[in-house]
Design a protein around this ligand. Structure first.
Ligand code: ZN
Ligand code: ZN
Length: 91
C-alpha cells in the first residue's frame, strides 16, 4: 500500500496536524482520532524495511514527523526511494 514517492501518509498526517492547530476547526475530535489511529498504525513499523518496532522505538523523520525508521540506513534508503517526494516540511 505504501509506495515511496506515492505515500499518502506523511501528507495525511501533515494536514491532520494542521487542522488541529486551528482551535475552531469543527471536526477536531474526529481529526484527533484519525490522527492517533494513523500514527499508531505507521509508527510500529519501519517505513523502509517494514520491520516491527517491538520494544525498541523507531526514529521518526524530523522533517515531516510522518515516517518511522528502525535506523539511519533505512531512513536514507527510504529517502532516496521516494520519501523525499512525500516528505512535507513542517513550518
Ligand atoms: Zn528498517
Ligand atoms: Zn519525512
Amino acid at each position: 500500500m505504501e509506495i515511496p514517492g506515492h505515500s499518502p501518509i506523511p501528507k495525511a498526517l501533515f494536514w491532520a496536524r494542521k487542522a488541529l492547530e486551528d482551535d475552531s476547526f469543527p471536526l477536531r475530535d474526529n481529526v484527533t482520532l484519525i490522527l492517533s489511529a494513523m500514527e499508531n498504525e505507521v509508527k510500529n513499523h519501519c517505513a523502509n524495511c517494514r520491520k516491527e518496532a517491538g520494544c525498541s522505538s523507531l526514529k521518526r523523520c524530523v522533517r515531516c514527523l510522518g515516517a518511522w525508521y528502525c535506523g539511519k540506513e533505512c531512513q536514507v534508503q527510504h529517502w532516496k526511494a521516494g520519501h523525499k517526494i512525500d516528505c512535507i516540511k513542517r513550518k
